[in-house]
Write a protein that binds this ligand. Structure first.
Ligand code: ADP
Ligand code: MG
Length: 251
């Protein structure tokens, strides 16, 4: 068989095996292996590493696209010096993702603009990079989805917001919900309890949740489950959105 025929067959096989990156870089890697006098093992290793790296990159890109994250920002973009009262070590310790392995929850509390969503997004990003499934939703959106599923007689089985290893529910408490909605939220929390991790952000203290979520008894049951295995991060500080602006400028 001539070299050209062999090359053509390799190309066809790489396509059938869905190894596009190897197809792309094969010539270049062969050339550099010949120049370096590389071992067969080293050559094969280089090829496979390239393909795996590209597949991993694609997986992360796709997962992030369908996750619903409102923006992509990592913890490296979070300026801790802007929130001097925030316990940096406590926050950073979450990023080893042990809480997800332990099916625990994280609750970020604080006024608008202090970085609650940013920190939740950064955790999701880290989890996604570690190969875990993630899903981001706001409380109003979640309630809409839960209601739809409830009305359709589907309890939400198989839905990303039930089955993802990490679900973020952003902005709990911004808008009040009624009793039925509160009940659906309770069922959501109860289903995920000790099975997978949920990150909640809220601008309201727990003491105000009863009023916002209408039903004090159910709220107690919700908090009981959410807080059982949890880290609560209370952020007391200024809004990053107003950074550099004087109070006069925003009045
Ligand atoms: P919250 O959810 O608490 O209202 P966000 O997380 O949405 O606040 O933060 C508002 C904006 O400010 C976002 O663009 C976020 O990335 C940015 N931000 C907030 N805190 C910080 C910080 N400490 N360092 C860098 N960016 C920050
Ligand atoms: Mg927010």
């Amino acid at each position: 068989m001539t070299d050209t025929l062999v090359a053509e067959r390799i190309e066809a096989n790489l396509s059938r095996l869905r190894l596009p990156r190897i197809r792309q870089i094969l010539d270049q890697i062969i050339q550099s292996a010949e120049q370096k006098g590389q071992s067969y093992l080293g050559f094969l290793d280089d090829l496979l590493e390239e393909e795996v790296a590209q597949k991993e990159q694609r997986r992360i890109e796709t997962a992030l696209k369908i996750s619903g994250l409102p923006f992509i920002k990592g913890i490296d973009e979070f300026d801790f010096t802007f929130q001097p009262k925030l316990d940096r070590q406590k926050v950073m310790s979450l990023f080893d993702l042990t809480f997800i392995r332990q099916k625990g929850n994280v609750l970020f509390l604080g006024p608008p603009g202090v970085g609650k969503t940013h920190l939740a997004v950064a955790l999701a990003l880290k989890a996604c990079q570690a190969g875990l499934s993630i899903y981001f939703t706001t409380m109003p959106d979640l309630i809409i989805k839960l209601k739809k599923d409830h009305e359709a007689g589907r309890p939400g089985k198989g839905r990303s917001y039930y089955k993802s290893a990490l679900v973020i529910v952003d902005e709990v408490g911004y808008t009040p919900i009624n009793r039925d909605e509160c009940n659906l939220f309770f069922q959501f929390v109860a289903k995920r309890y000790e099975k997978s991790s949920t990150v909640i952000t809220s601008n309201k203290a727990f003491s105000d949740w009863a009023e916002l979520l209408q039903d004090p008894i159910i709220v107690t049951a919700i908090l009981d489950r959410l807080l059982h295995h949890s880290a609560v991060i209370n952020i007391k500080g200024n809004s990053y959105r107003l950074k550099g602006k004087s109070m006069n400028a925003i009045q």
